[in-house]
Design a protein around this ligand. Structure first.
Ligand code: ADP
Ligand code: MG
Length: 718
């Protein structure tokens, strides 16, 4: 009966949904219509103010503060034309989500008169009450001041709601002592570090003076949609974003009929609506399809420079969440909302590009392009091997722990998939196939000895955490709910580190008299030799690989968030971030503290919610059913058998709850890492025991008494 009600309610979503844009509107009017692009500003600023801003945005030159008032005025006028009444510095605190505090343009000027105003000072800097954002000890509460500052390199935009609109100004967030309290500052610093490290190498390869290099990023977002009413009837989903109970339905994803299948009408309407809003925000969404698990979907934009991509990624998550509600749906971004079916990731496709549009990880089709590609590619091998710990840590969270290493997501072990052709090329270089150094494979690179490197390598491997996919690397361990900023910061940083070392090596060989081609060949050969253990083209999910990786290759296997986060402040990592001027020691220590803290709080909330639901809903349902069986009168085998089974399981649940209650009462220590350990070692296993008994009961207790929607309903009622 309930299912019927829910599905007929679900059908009513059509009622208040507005018409979305037509194809011609899309192209002509809609795209980036809510973004204050440089082009827009050009028509609104004086020539000199525009030139100055352009230099900051396009070439990273320091902002000339004297243009702030003019820019603010132009912004305000544009925003008001778009219907905005408020503005906000839009920033990314260490919670991983975005933050905004709206201020009205309205300014009373006495005598009941008001004007709309917005000054350069207000544009450049704001001081939100920062005391409740995580700072990891960087900001004791007595000096609880932090400020946000305009990031001119990401354009301002309008966010609309039913009753108006707000001008959002992408901003960074720092303490008054200048320390980063957000995710954007280190990302911007890492982009700079990457540029600095790559430019000298590019020069050696003959790039023209002044070539700028930045990292590029395209993130594929996976998510689940469920009917809203079910969501509200699941305290676990409301409180924690994932189901803490639920048995696998009789049908999961084994039929493989969902992946790339026809998209259900309601979902497609939702997607179209979300995409229309994203287009207006200038976000180039390109791809949409069903994912592997029932109820799971994916959205992917075309790649952009990584600062913009990170801002856009946050907006994609926000729009998915808010738009789903219009269709009677809830969008779940959690990495593992349902046990037993696939979880959700956010594959980060990463590369580097020049301002002239050259992709540095594109093999190219001339010998010299090939050489440059192989040089940068070996730097990636070195970076990933040297910094396996950092790549693991930047995707570490309580929620991603349920996904990594499960049988559907990359393992916690880092390795690189190169594909057979590229691996073959490296191996030939190492073996020197083709003769002595001068006439070796590399002299003929791209011509005789080497096969042409295909732009899109034919083979694919979904089980690798870090895969070469033709002209970019795809980091697949990133979690669906997390901000991509830190993973991108880490990729930029470790690559900058590796490329600087390889460039020094190259320069050294040239200085020692080697010809350029030989010198490059030498660097590539030696780097591959040294780091080939990180290359693995096989099945990353298999048990055999876990064995081989750890025991034979000595690769790190940091299974849980706690194992990973511990490594963040190892000497090597402190030095790396400090030398590249991305995060100093205090900033890095603070981040570690916050990661422990968020882990602890997340699992703590889950532990309490598990206890609450089991105690107040599941146990009573089991007991009620048991009572009914007791009253069933003179018992035959069926009643006797059922009674015994339900009674045993109810006792099991009761005992497990007792244990969970005890560990929920404790904290495990005063220090945040002690609390985090307590959560991992005591609370999670106790939750698992409670869940095991409850899930078993779900299969036995009368459906009439079961107190919450089941997986069958949530995943299959559309
Ligand atoms: P897939 O088959 O994995 O979906 P696609 O070619 O569709 O692969 O690309 C997936 C993502 O990779 C898209 O967001 C795309 O824009 C992005 N991508 C493509 N080229 C680059 C690049 N040079 N740098 C960063 N991301 C890129
Ligand atoms: Mg992909």
């Amino acid at each position: 009966q309930q299912d019927l009600e829910v599905s007929s309610a679900a059908r009513n979503w059509r009622v208040d949904v507005q018409q979305t844009a037509s194809p011609s509107q899309l192209v002509n009017e809609l795209f980036a219509s809510d973004v204050l692009t440089l082009e827009q500003l050009k028509t609104r600023l004086s020539r000199s103010a525009y030139k100055s801003l352009q230099a900051t945005v396009e070439r990273g030159e320091r902002l000339d503060a004297s243009i702030a008032d003019t820019v603010a005025l132009a912004m305000k006028t544009w925003a008001m034309e778009k219907g905005a009444t408020h503005y906000t510095h839009w920033f990314q605190p260490l919670t991983g989500s975005t933050a905004e505090k709206h201020d009205s343009f309205l300014n009373p000027s006495g005598d009941g008169v008001a004007i709309m105003s917005f000054s350069g000072k207000e544009l450049i800097q704001a001081e939100p009450d920062a005391s409740s954002f995580p700072s990891g000890g960087l900001r004791a509460t007595f000096e609880a001041r932090g400020y946000t500052a305009w990031d001119p390199s990401s354009p301002a935009f309008i966010v609309r709601h039913a009753n108006g609109a707000t001008l959002c100004i992408p901003s960074v967030f720092a303490s008054w002592t200048g320390e980063a309290l957000d995710l954007k500052i280190p990302l911007l610093r890492s982009i700079e570090a990457l540029g600095k490290a790559v430019t000298p190498a590019m020069k050696l390869f003959g790039a023209s003076e002044g070539t700028r290099v930045t990292s590029t990023l395209g993130a594929e977002q996976e998510y689940f949609l469920i009917t809203e009413e079910y969501f509200y009837r699941r305290p676990d989903l409301v409180m924690t974003g994932r189901t803490l109970f639920g048995t696998k339905p009789p049908r999961g994803q084994e039929l493989e009929d969902h992946y790339f299948g026809a998209i259900p009408d309601r979902v497609l309407s939702f997607m179209t609506d979300a995409e229309t809003q994203l287009y207006a925000l200038g976000i180039p969404v390109k791809t949409r399809h069903n994912e592997v698990a029932p109820g799971q979907f994916e959205i992917a934009p075309i790649f952009e420079n990584s600062n913009i991509a990170a801002d856009h990624q946050q907006l994609i998550m926000q729009i998915l969440r808010t738009t789903a509600r219009k269709y009677g749906l809830v969008c779940l971004l959690h990495e593992k909302p349902f046990a037993g079916v696939n979880g959700s990731g956010k594959h980060c496709n990463w590369s580097m590009g020049t301002d002239a549009g050259e992709n540095l990880l594109d093999p190219g089709d001339t010998p010299s392009e090939n050489m440059q590609f192989l040089f940068f590619c070996s730097a990636v091998l070195k970076a990933v091997d040297d910094h396996q710990d950092l790549l693991r840590t930047c995707v570490a969270s309580a929620s991603n722990d349920h996904r990594l290493g499960a049988n559907e997501a990359p393992p916690a072990i880092l390795s690189i998939f190169l594909g057979s052709e590229l691996t073959d090329i490296f191996e030939r270089i190492v073996s020197g196939e083709g003769g002595s150094a001068k006439s070796s494979g590399l002299m003929g690179l791209g011509s005789q000895v080497l096969p042409e490197i295909p732009v899109h390598a034919g083979d694919r491997n979904r089980t690798s955490p870090f895969a070469f996919t033709g002209n970019k690397f795809e980091f697949r361990a990133v979690g669906s709910s997390q901000s991509i900023s830190f993973p991108v910061t880490v990729m930029n940083a470790i690559f900058a580190d590796a490329v600087a070392q390889l460039t020094a090596d190259l320069q050294h060989r040239i200085d020692a008299g080697a010809g350029f081609d030989d010198a490059v060949a030498g660097v590539v050969r030696d780097t591959y030799r040294k780091y080939q253990r990180i290359v693995f083209n096989g099945d990353g999910y298999s048990e055999a690989w876990h064995q081989e990786a750890e025991q034979e290759r000595g690769l790190l296997n940091l299974r849980t968030t706690i194992d990973a986060v511990e490594t963040l402040t190892h000497e090597k990592n402190l030095r790396l971030f400090n030398d590249l001027a991305i995060l100093n020691e205090r900033e890095l220590v603070a981040r570690q503290e916050i990661m422990y803290d968020i882990y602890f709080k997340t699992v703590n909330i889950e532990g309490e919610t598990t206890e609450y639901m089991a105690q107040t809903a599941i146990l009573p349902a089991a007991v009620t059913y048991l009572g009914e069986l007791e009253q069933a009168g003179p018992a035959g085998r069926a009643v006797q058998g059922l009674k015994a089974q339900v009674s045993d399981l109810t006792d099991e649940l009761y005992d497990a709850l007792h244990t969970l209650h005890a560990v929920n009462e404790e904290l495990g220590g005063e220090e945040v890492h002690e609390k985090a350990h307590h959560m991992r070692d005591k609370v999670l296993p106790a939750m698992q025991q409670v869940r095991a008994a409850a899930d078993h009961l779900e299969k036995v207790v009368s459906a009439k008494h079961w107190p919450m929607p089941t997986y069958r309903q949530m995943l299959f009622v559309k």
